[in-house]
Design a protein around this ligand. Structure first.
Ligand SMILES: Nc1ncnc2c1ncn2[C@@H]1O[C@H](COP(=O)(O)OP(=O)(O)OP(=O)(O)O)[C@@H](O)[C@H]1O
Length: 394
C-alpha cells in the first residue's frame, strides 16, 4: 500500500502539491487524475524518493521509498519512457538495471516477452517509436516483479492494440494482489481500467472514491425522449408539458429532447397525459470524462486563449441543470436525475470531505496557498510557461 499524509511540495514560491493525503490499496487499479500541472508527476516523484516533500510524508508498505530494502524488488515505476540511454540495446538497458538490483538475466528476457519487444531486443532504443519506448519503460517497471507499480501516462503513444494490452496488464497486475497506481489523461481509458480514483487539482485532493461513485457524484444524468419525427407539434407539446411538470428540457441535435429533473415514470405519465406518443424514453448516465470535466472545471491552470476569448470556459455538458437551483419536485423518487453537488463556497474548486487536513488527519502544511485564489477560471490567459519535466513524452 502507498500512503501519503499531508504531502506538500514547494518549488520556491510555487506550491506544486499541498497537504495531500490518500492511500493506494493493493488489489485494484487506482487512477490518478488531474489537469495539466496539477501535481501528479511531482507526487509520483515524491512517492519514489526522487523529490523530498516540503512537508508531510509518503510511505510504501510503511517505509519511505529510500528506506525500503532493495526497493526495485518492491516497487516498479514508469515515469518518463525517454529516460533511457538511447545508444544501448533494449536488452542491454534492462540488463544494466537488472544487474544493479541483483535480478537474474533470465528475468530480462521474460519481461521483454511480456511487453512484446523480444524481436527488437538487440535494437538501440534511440530508434524506438514512442509506443516502443513506452513498452520498454513498462518492461523496466516489471523487472523486479514488484508488488507496487506506478505508471505515469503508460498508454502515451500506444496504438489501440497497445492500449488494450496495457489495460489488461494493469488489471492483471492488480488481480494478482499488487498495488497499481496509474495516471492518465485519457478518461475513456481510465473508466475501463481503474476501479478507484484519486483526483487532484492545483496540488490538492479533489476526490478519493470509486469510479462509480465519482461519476454519480459529479454527473448530470438525463433522460432522452423522442416523439415521432413526422409530427413536430408533438415535440413542442411535450416540451411544454414537461416544463410545466417541473422538468428542464433541452433539444438534442438529432431532434430528441434531453430531460433533467424528472424521473422516467413521471416523464412517461406526463407524455401520456398530454396525449403525446413516444418513440424513445431512455436513461443516460454521464461518462467519466463529463464527470471529470465538471469536477475539475475550476482547477485548470492552462487554457487556450481562443477558448477564453470565445467564452468557452470548460462548458458543462448540454442540459446540465443550474447547480444552485432549489430542490426540485420528485427529487426523492427513484430514477430522478440529480444535478451535481454545488461547488463548496469560497473554494476555487470542490474540496473532498475532511479536506484540508485530509481523511487521515495530515500534518499541517502551513497556510493554504490557494485560499486567496479567484473562485473561478482565470480571467487572464495564464503565462504560457511550458513546465513539465518530461513533456516530450506527452
Ligand atoms: N522542478 C520543478 N521546479 C519548479 N516547478 C516545478 C518543478 N516540477 C514541477 N513544477 C511545477 O509544479 C506544478 C506541478 O507539476 P507536475 O509536473 O507535477 O504536474 P502534472 O499534474 O504531472 O502535469 P501534467 O499533467 O502536465 O503532466 C507545475 O506548475 C510545475 O510547473
Amino acid at each position: 500500500m502507498i500512503e501519503a499524509v499531508g504531502l506538500t511540495k514547494r518549488y520556491g514560491a510555487k506550491t506544486a502539491v499541498y497537504n495531500l493525503s490518500f492511500q493506494v490499496r493493493p488489489g485494484t487499479v487506482t487512477g490518478f487524475l488531474g489537469p495539466n500541472g496539477s501535481g501528479k508527476s511531482t507526487t509520483m516523484r515524491m512517492i519514489l524518493g526522487l523529490d523530498n516533500p516540503s512537508a508531510g510524508h509518503v510511505t510504501i508498505a510503511g517505509h519511505p521509498y529510500r528506506k525500503l530494502p532493495n526497493a526495485p524488488r518492491h516497487v516498479g515505476a514508469l515515469l518518463d519512457a525517454k529516460a533511457v540511454h538511447g545508444g544501448r540495446h533494449a536488452r542491454n538497458h534492462l540488463l544494466c538495471l537488472a544487474q544493479l538490483s541483483g535480478i537474474p538475466a533470465r528475468r530480462v528476457d521474460e519481461v521483454l516477452g511480456v511487453v512484446g519487444l523480444q524481436d527488437v531486443a538487440k535494437k538501440r532504443s534511440k530508434g524506438f517509436s514512442l509506443g516502443m519506448g513506452q513498452r520498454l519503460g513498462i518492461a523496466s517497471a516489471l523487472l523486479g516483479d514488484p508488488q507496487v507499480l506506478l505508471f505515469d501516462e503508460p498508454v502515451n503513444g500506444l496504438d489501440p492494440e497497445g492500449i488494450l494490452w496495457v489495460r489488461n496488464l494493469m488489471k492483471q497486475l492488480a488481480a494478482e494482489g499488487r498495488t497499481v497506481f496509474v495516471s492518465s489523461h485519457l478518461m475513456s481509458e481510465m473508466a475501463l481500467t481503474a476501479e478507484h480514483l484519486i483526483v487532484i487539482g492545483r496540488g490538492q485532493l479533489l476526490a478519493d472514491m470509486s469510479v462509480k461513485d465519482f461519476i454519480s457524484a459529479n454527473s448530470a444524468d438525463f433522460a432522452r425522449v423522442r416523439t415521432p419525427d413526422t409530427d413536430p407539434q408533438q415535440r413542442e407539446k411535450l416540451t411544454a408539458a414537461l416544463t410545466e411538470a417541473g422538468g428542464q428540457v433541452l433539444p438534442e441535435q438529432d431532434g430528441a429532447l434531453r430531460v433533467t429533473g424528472l424521473p422516467l415514470p413521471r416523464i412517461s405519465d406526463v407524455a401520456h397525459g398530454a396525449s403525446v406518443r413516444l418513440w424513445e424514453l431512455s436513461p443516460h448516465q454521464a461518462s467519466l470524462e463529463e464527470a471529470y470535466m465538471r469536477m475539475t472545471q475550476g482547477a485548470v491552470d492552462y487554457r487556450s486563449t481562443i477558448d477564453q476569448r470565445a467564452g468557452l470556459q470548460q462548458q458543462l455538458p448540454a442540459g446540465a441543470p443550474d447547480q444552485f437551483a432549489p430542490p426540485m419536485p420528485g427529487q426523492d423518487q427513484p430514477g430522478w436525475y440529480a444535478p451535481p453537488p454545488p461547488q463548496q463556497g469560497g473554494q476555487p474548486f470542490g474540496m473532498p470531505q475532511g479536506a484540508p487536513g485530509g481523511p487521515y488527519g495530515g500534518a499541517p502544511a502551513g497556510p493554504n496557498p490557494y485560499a486567496q485564489q479567484a473562485p473561478a477560471a482565470p480571467a487572464q490567459a495564464p503565462a504560457p510557461t511550458p513546465h513539465t519535466d518530461n513533456e516530450d513524452s506527452r
